[in-house]
Design a binder for this molecule. Structure first.
Ligand code: THG
Length: 265
């Protein structure tokens, strides 16, 4: 499981404050914590609702903070193609993620030329378009298929394409978990990678950690390859380790045994 650490996100109150106060030490500590807990990529989202130019400035600052911790793999998270383009130009490592492209025509037109400049990077594709997130999971698959084709056409291999079928809150519709799991099962047939923003599932409900942990186990059973999660939460690490063992991804249970021995959750 590829873990994308979600904590550096401008929509979180503490992170927004740190970005505004330019509190480097706090951000660096947040980055370090996630890496120590097993994050493979650090998601950087500088959106604090103050416009594109401010977001660019802030993403530059976040990348600076990151490189003071180490040359770590980054996942540039923005809904604005210009911010993604600018953010990627600051990244020194070849191992990087773009979060995200989706089925909106305008976004595709702006982002494909950017992605073409980084053919080795991993791309997260959201299964939504101008009309939003389709309720019907088959429509989500149609959007994904179109994006896979467009990315293949510019030389991106399936192993670098991460489809996010979009987790929506179970509190809004009692079938939202199921809709995601069905889409996930279907898209795995296309031989691409998958990811999701896991914690959306528990939005609006108490004891979110519990819900996230069980949902993660179900997703792993369906073959989820990656997740945007908070790896500093022990339940998350526990769900990943044990679910992977139970579906045959931990030969001789070696990883499980060493996690228990080292008290990792
Ligand atoms: N798919 C993709 N990228 C994504 C998402 C997705 N990026 C953003 C988001 N969704 C995933 N990242 C986060 C980061 C932080 C939080 C949730 C998801 C978080 N939220 C608190 C809450 O919801 O209560 C905010 C509270 C606070 O700290 O202020 O911590 O789906 N591709």
């Amino acid at each position: 499981m590829i873990i994308i650490g979600e904590r550096i996100n401008g929509t979180r109150k503490r992170i927004k404050e740190a970005i505004e106060k330019k509190d480097k030490e706090f951000i660096k500590k947040e980055i370090k914590k996630q890496i120590e807990c097993g994050a493979n990529y650090v998601d950087l989202n500088a959106g604090i609702g103050k416009g594109k130019e401010r977001e660019k400035e802030d993403i530059k600052w976040l990348v600076e903070c990151l490189y003071e911790v180490g040359e770590l793999p980054v996942c540039i998270d923005s809904s604005d193609p210009d911010v993604i383009d600018f953010g990627l130009s600051l990244i020194k490592t070849s191992d990087k993620m773009i979060n995200s492209i989706n089925g909106e025509k305008e976004k595709i037109e702006k982002l494909l030329p950017v992605i073409k400049k980084y053919p080795e990077s991993k791309i997260i594709c959201l299964t939504m378009d101008e009309k939003g997130i389709p309720f019907d999971y088959k429509k989500r698959i149609e959007i994904a298929e179109k994006l896979i084709e467009l990315l293949n056409d510019i030389g991106i291999n399936n192993e670098n394409i991460f489809i996010d079928c979009l987790v929506e809150p179970i509190s809004v519709n009692h079938e939202n978990g199921l809709i995601f799991l069905r889409a996930l099962k279907e898209i795995k047939k296309f031989n691409v990678k998958t990811t999701c923003g896991l914690s959306n599932v528990s939005f609006g409900l108490p004891c979110r950690k519990l819900i996230n942990k069980y949902f993660l186990a179900l997703c792993i059973y369906e073959g989820l390859d990656s997740a945007i999660v908070d790896p500093t939460i022990p339940d998350i690490r526990e769900a990943i380790c044990i679910s992977e063992m139970l579906i045959g991804k931990d030969e001789f249970c070696m990883n499980y045994i060493s996690c228990i021995r080292e008290n990792l959750f």
